[in-house]
Every structure is written in C-alpha cells, then in structure tokens.
Write a protein that binds this ligand. Structure first.
Ligand SMILES: [Zn+2]
Length: 495
C-alpha cells in the first residue's frame, strides 16, 4: 500500500533552515512551497562537505550564507519570529497508550508541541498557520529501536531520507562504526540531511568475539577489539577508561554482546551508569542467562529469541558463534513449554525495574522465509519454531507489564511498521504496538522527556496518517506527511 501526498517533483512544505520561508500547503492543494527541499538540502550538505574540502560551488553560496546566518542568529539567541502552526480536526493517538481522541487541535510553536485541545473549544491565534486534517490521524514520529545503519551498503543519506519519509524520526543504532554514525547524527541534528535523529551504542564483548567479521568491519583501521566503540573487555581492562572512551564516541549507551561473565557484567554496568551511559545487553550474553544479565543491572534486554536460554538450567556456550549457530537453533522445538511460566519471574523483575525488552521479531520472521543455509546452523524451520516461540514470549512479556521496544535489527531498510505488525500478530493491540515504536523506544534511549509522544512540551515529531491505525495496524503505513521538529517532509510510504 502506498499513498503519496506530494505530486512528482513537488516537495510541498518541506522546510529546511530557520531562515527559509515557512509555508504550509493545505492537504489536497496542488500548490507548492518554494523550491525543491531535497535539492536545497543536498546543496547545503554539499556545501558543508565543500567547506571541509574547500571547493565551494558558487550556485550554493547564497544558501550557505543563509544557513550561516541562521546558525549565527540561533547562537545569539535571536532565532525566528514566533511561529505557530495548528493541525486542526485531527484524531490524536498520542503514543502513551491512551485511546485515540478524535476532533483535536495540535498546536506547534517553534518546533515544539505547545498544546493539544478539543477542536470545538479552541480558537487559533491571529497569524497562526492552520492545516485542516479532517479525516486524518496523527501519531508521534516513530522510533526504530534497533538498527545497524553502517551495515547498509548503499547511500546512507538516501536510506535515512527514506526512513524519515516513512515516518521514522529517531533511531537507536546498537552496533556499527561510530565514526560514521557520529557524522550522520550531527548532520541530522543540524538539519543538514533529511534523517531521523540518530542515537547509538558502543559495543563491549569478551576476547572471543573480536574476530567476528562485524567487529572487523565496523572498526577498520584498528586492531579488532581496540576501537573505542568495539572493545574487548576482560578483568584486566581499566573499566573507567574503557567506558570513557566509549562515551567519547558520542554514544548514548553501551551494548553488551557476548563472552562476558556475570561479575564483569555487573562492574561494566556500574561504571557505565556512573559515567551516565545507558546499558543495553543481548538478552543472553553467552554464557550468562537472561536472569543473570538482568541481575547485573542493565537497562534493557535485546532480542526476544535470546530469552530461550532462560528455559535452560545447564551451562550455556561461552561464545556467540557456539551459542547462536550451534546451541540456539535446536532450542525452540515445538515441544518447548509455553513461555509464560518459564519466563514469569524474569518478566516480573523486568516490569518492576522498568527494564525494556527489544523485540526484534522481524529477524526470525525474515529468516524463516529465506532459503536454507542462509545462516550457519539455522534452517527456515528452526527459525519458524523460533518465531512461534517468540510470539508467545512477547505476549507474555506484554501481559506481565514489560515495556516492549520495537526494532527491526537491520540496516534501516526494513520499515518499523513491519515490526509493529508482527507485534499485533502476537497479541498486542495496535495502540500498544504504536507505543512500542514511539514512547517506549524514546524512554529506552533516555529521551522520553522530549520525544515519543504527542504532549505539550515535546518536540513536534509527528506522522499524519490517512486511515485509522487502531482499526488496522496496516494503516500505520499510510503516511501522508511527516513532521520532524516542526518541519514537514513529504511521505514516500512504507512498503
Ligand atoms: Zn542488532
């Protein structure tokens, strides 16, 4: 399903810099705002690159000057004249899990949500720009809670622009080359590229994982295991320095991967928290089972399928290769007992401590439908068993009150909507799936105060839908327009 608001070549209402004219085009209008936003941002970005490598193109100088003035004005606290944008007669699904509220007005001032009111009791102030969204629905900008952007082999800017236009306004990247991620995150934050905001993790693991191809790929130029964002950790490592180096990459948190023992996990978590970093871990950090990873004090467990080890009372493999490729494929046999009983103590503890579960259901969904031998040790039927087990575990986690965070665990090219649909297929309500891809994800990253819901004071990251996602979660793909920090972007639909 694909619905495109803007006509070909019409980048209506795409806004770029604070000094550019802000002009919102009513839905359904054929008129367009000035110029091509995409070309302009290409131009500014090209100029930025050219500033780094002094080959300025004269055709872009005016834009550069405008951009520099805008930055300067901002730096001096001058900013724009107050700007009020009113989204009128819209059904609000605010991301908190509250029921949909029809007939609302959402007021956006200078990129921030200033208020949400019933439409019939509220008058737009003089000078406000009013967009009538009758018959439409608005949800918070979606957040893909588990991506690996630097695994993408194509143009990263095209990938990010596509994600944004599908409704994703933030991502959490849980492992990659942070040299690249930091540049992209910076450019996204400054509005120099069309992109979700990018938050990312530095990876810690035991010596056995340093030779993994993903570590070598993401830390080219370093001896594997020594890059600040992909570090081998042992009892001999100076943890204060290791965490400080990870933090210096710009990471928001650590991702604990594999081959670490429980006492070391505990020391890493303590030091990371002392330095203000979140700690996200594989649900099983081989050989440490989920309950013991949780006991180490982590803030989130990733991958529902790795909860399978909670059913196991013996010694777990000590490496990712042995655990994932040899041990795990045989675990989710159809005979394995229901998740809810085996996982109940774990889920109760997660709910009590507000530790989220990163679902990543799309992994087994995807791999169960691929040809055999795509993943060493796994067959499509093993993934299919895994998928069925995960579904039960996900539902049990929901029933226990665990915060679920939607993520696709891919390079970003799989729409977050796909994960939301799988969550609903496993028994969540559409409202719960929306929360998993909005507020719960923002809270997992640690930015829930500013992002993730449609509430006064939050950044105006919004997605306008043409049909009701609470009626059918597939409708969350029917994106009409996307707003990030008060700026509109045309939709490309989510296929
Ligand atoms: Zn991952």
């Amino acid at each position: 399903m694909r619905i495109i608001y803007s006509r070909a070549g019409n980048h209506a209402g795409v806004l770029r810099t604070p000094l550019e004219m802000r002009r919102i085009v009513p839905l359904g209008s054929a008129s367009s705002a000035a110029g091509s936003g995409r070309n302009r941002v290409r131009c500014t970005h090209q100029l930025w690159l050219n500033m780094r490598y002094p080959h300025l193109r004269s055709s872009c100088v005016a834009v550069l000057v405008a951009f520099a003035l805008a930055l300067n004005a901002r730096a001096q606290g001058m900013g724009d004249a107050p700007q009020t944008l009113v989204l009128k007669n819209v059904t609000v699904i605010d991301g908190t899990g509250a029921p949909a509220r029809p007939g609302q007005v959402v007021v956006v001032e200078n990129g921030v949500i200033a208020g949400v009111h019933p439409a019939d009791t509220w008058e737009a102030p003089d000078g406000a720009e009013v967009v009538d969204l009758s018959g439409h629905f608005v949800i918070p900008g979606m957040i893909n809670g588990h991506v690996h952007l630097t695994a993408h082999r194509g143009d990263p800017e095209a990938l990010l622009s596509g994600m944004l236009r599908q409704g994703v306004t933030a991502v959490r990247d849980l492992g990659g080359d942070t040299r690249t991620l930091a540049v992209l995150a910076r450019d996204a934050r400054l509005g120099m590229i069309d992109s979700p905001n990018i938050y990312f993790a530095a990876n810690f693991f035991g010596p056995a994982f340093a030779s993994d191809p993903r570590v070598r790929f993401s830390s080219m130029g370093y001896e594997p295991g020594t890059a600040p964002w992909a570090q081998t950790i042992t009892d001999e490592v100076d943890l204060a320095l290791a965490v400080a180096e990870a933090r210096g990459t710009g990471a928001t948190g650590l991702k604990l991967y594999t081959s670490l023992d429980q006492p070391l996990l505990g020391r890493i978590v303590e030091e990371a928290h002392r330095q203000g970093l979140k700690v996200w871990a594989h649900a099983t950090v081989f050989p440490v089972a989920p309950r013991n990873v949780l006991a180490a004090g982590v803030d989130g467990l990733e991958h529902t399928f790795l909860l399978l080890a909670e059913n196991h009372n013996g010694q777990l493999p000590t490496t990712w290769a042995a655990g994932f490729h040899e041990w795990l494929p045989g675990q989710a046999t159809p005979g394995v007992a229901g998740s809810s009983e085996a996982l109940a103590p774990l889920f109760a503890e997660m709910a009590a401590r507000d530790v989220h579960l990163g679902t990543t259901l799309h992994i087994s969904h995807r791999l169960a439908r691929m040809e055999p031998e795509v993943e060493r040790g796994w067959s499509p039927s093993a993934w299919a068993n895994q998928e069925a087990w995960e579904c039960k575990a996900t539902k049990a986690a929901r029933d226990a009150g665990v915060a679920l965070v939607a993520g696709t665990d891919f390079d970003g090219s799989i729409p977050i909507q796909a994960e939301m649909e799988l969550l609903v297929g496993c028994g969540l309500t559409p409202l719960e799936a929306i929360t998993a891809a909005t507020l719960a994800a923002a809270e997992a990253i640690g930015v829930g105060e500013r992002l993730g819901s449609i509430e006064p004071g939050k950044v105006a990251d919004l997605v306008v839908l043409s049909s009701d996602p609470t009626d059918n979660i597939l409708n969350v793909r029917n994106v009409i327009r996307v707003m990030k920090a008060g700026r509109w972007y045309e939709s490309v639909g989510a296929e």
